[in-house]
Write a protein that binds this ligand. Structure first.
Ligand code: SF4
Length: 430
C-alpha cells in the first residue's frame, strides 16, 4: 500500500498584498509545514510506502500511483485543500482529510473526500490505513484525544527530504503540550486540541529535539501554552528548559510563543532559565488576551501601561519580543492604528508583524460573528490574517484593510535599520 501525504498551499500576507514586499526591508521566509504530516508518518507502519508533496513548493495536483491520498490543512489552506481533494478523487483515488479545518468544519469537507478525521489523527491513523487497504474506509473518524503517554514521535525526515533550493526553513516546530484551558476569542486551539493541557512526555520532546538538531535546525515553540501558570504545559516547558541548560543547550531554540499577560505573570526566574537555555526571541502574540485587546483602544490607560511594562520586562531579561499586532477587534477603531504605531515606538519594538482579525471556524469569534450575521465570505482562502472577512464593529471594511497595510508600511519605514541586520536575522514570515 502507498499513501500520498499532501500539504496544500495557502496565501500569506505578501502573496495577498505584494506591495508589502516593498515596505518590509526583510527577506520573506517560507516556514516549515505544520507537524501534522510528520506525526502521521511517525505512526505509519513500515510496510506502507510514503510519498509527500508540499503544494507550496510545487503544484501537488499531478497524478500519483498512491492508493490513498491524505490531506491536512488549516483554514487558510482549505479552499486549496478541497480543490486538491476533488482533483485526486477525479483520478479515482481514495482521499482522507484531517487537520484544523476538517476538524472544525467536517460537513463542509465531507462532500469532497471519502473520509474526514475529526480531532487528532494519531490515535486512529493505523485504523484508517487498515480500512483503506480493506476497502472499508469510514466516512468519518472521531477519535478521543490522544493519550500523549503512548504517542509515537513525529518523523521530521519526511520534511527534511522535501527541502530544495532556497526552501530550507531555519526552524521546525517543537510541541511541549497539547490543549489549553483558556478560551481566547480568536483562538481555535482549545476546540481543536481540547480544553485541558496535556504535557507531552519529556522523552518524546527530546526525541523531536534530537531530530531537529541532527537536521541542523532550530526549534520553534510556537504555542504560548507553556507559560500558563499551574498547567502541565508550563511544568513541562520548565523541565525542558532546565534539561537544555543542564546539558549545555544541545538544542537551539529560535523562539517561544507567549502573550503579554503571560510575560507580566511569569516570575523573573522563568525568564532567567529561558535565557540560560539559549532563548533570545519571544513570538509575542497580540490581540487574543485582555491586555492587547484593550491597550490600543484609547480607553484603557491601565491596559496600555501593562503592554508597555510587558515589552520592557521582555527586553530587561534579554529576550527580544517579536510582536504580532492584531487589528479589528470589536473595541478597535480607526485611531487604533496610530496608537499601535505610537506604542511600538515608545516601547522600542524592533520587529513586528500585523494581522487582520480573522474569525476562524472553531473560535468563539466565529460563533459570535455568525450569530450577529457579520461573516462576509466563506471563501476560505481569504481567512489568512491578511483580508477582512467580517464586518468590523467600529470601522469600515476598507478602513480596516487600509489600517492593516499602513501598519506594515509605517512600522518598517520608521526602522530602516531592519535592512541592515544580518541575513540570518532578517527573515520574517509575511
Ligand atoms: S491564545 Fe493561547 S492562551 Fe488563548 S486560548 Fe489560544 S492557546 Fe490558549
Amino acid at each position: 500500500m502507498k499513501v500520498l501525504f499532501v500539504y496544500p498551499r495557502f496565501a500569506r500576507h505578501a502573496e495577498s498584498h505584494p506591495e508589502l514586499l516593498t515596505f518590509v526591508p526583510m527577506k520573506e521566509y517560507l516556514g516549515s509545514p505544520s507537524l501534522a504530516i510528520a506525526a502521521l508518518v511517525g505512526c505509519t507502519p513500515e510496510n506502507v510506502e510514503i510519498e509527500y508533496r508540499d503544494d507550496r513548493l510545487a503544484n501537488a495536483a499531478v497524478p500519483t500511483d498512491a492508493d490513498l491520498v491524505a490531506l491536512t490543512f488549516f483554514t487558510a489552506a482549505a479552499s486549496r485543500g478541497l480543490e486538491l481533494a476533488d482533483y485526486f478523487r477525479s483520478l479515482g483515488k481514495k482521499v482522507v482529510a484531517g487537520g484544523i479545518f476538517p476538524t472544525m468544519m467536517p460537513d463542509e469537507v465531507q462532500p469532497h473526500v471519502d473520509s474526514v478525521v475529526v480531532g487528532e489523527g494519531e490515535p486512529v491513523w493505523e485504523q484508517v490505513l487498515a480500512d483503506a487497504a480493506a476497502g472499508t474506509l469510514r466516512p468519518r473518524y472521531a477519535p478521543a484525544p490522544a493519550d500523549v503517554c503512548t504517542l509515537k514521535p513525529p518523523k521530521l525526515d519526511v520534511y527534511f527530504q522535501a527541502e530544495r533550493g532556497d526552501f530550507k526553513p531555519d526552524d521546525y516546530p517543537l510541541q511541549v503540550s497539547r490543549g489549553c484551558p483558556l478560551r481566547c476569542d480568536a483562538c481555535a486551539l482549545p476546540t481543536v486540541m481540547g480544553k485541558s493541557a496535556r504535557a507531552l512526555p519529556l522523552d518524546y520532546i527530546l526525541n523531536v529535539a534530537a531530530q531537529i538538531t541532527a537536521g541542523g535546525r532550530q526549534a520553534c515553540l510556537t504555542e504560548d501554552t507553556g507559560w500558563l501558570p499551574g498547567t502541565a504545559g508550563a511544568r513541562r516547558l520548565t523541565e525542558l528548559l532546565e534539561y537544555l541548560h543542564a546539558h549545555g543547550n544541545p538544542l537551539r531554540v529560535s523562539y517561544i510563543g507567549i502573550s503579554m499577560p503571560m510575560i507580566l505573570a511569569a516570575p523573573a526566574r522563568a525568564f532567567e532559565l529561558a535565557r540560560a537555555a539559549g532563548v533570545e526571541l519571544f513570538y509575542l502574540v497580540g490581540g487574543f488576551d485582555p491586555v492587547t485587546t484593550r491597550a490600543f483602544t484609547g480607553k484603557d490607560p491601565r491596559a496600555y501601561q501593562r503592554a508597555v511594562d510587558a515589552i520592557k520586562k521582555s527586553f530587561d531579561h534579554g529576550i527580544e519580543p517579536y510582536t504580532s499586532f492584531l487589528l479589528g477587534n470589536d473595541d478597535d477603531d480607526e485611531g487604533t492604528v496610530d496608537r499601535m504605531l505610537d506604542f511600538a515606538n515608545v516601547s522600542g519594538i524592533k520587529k513586528a508583524e500585523f494581522a487582520v482579525f480573522t474569525p476562524y471556524p472553531g473560535t468563539p469569534a466565529w460563533t459570535r460573528l455568525l450569530a450577529e450575521d457579520r461573516i462576509l465570505t466563506r471563501e476560505w482562502r481569504y481567512y489568512n490574517d491578511a483580508n477582512v472577512v467580517f464586518r468590523p464593529k467600529q470601522m469600515t471594511v476598507e478602513a480596516l484593510h487600509e489600517g492593516y497595510i499602513r501598519l506594515w508600511r509605517e512600522f518598517y519605514a520608521a526602522r530602516p535599520e531592519s535592512a541592515l541586520r544580518s541575513e540570518a536575522e532578517r527573515t520574517i514570515q509575511f
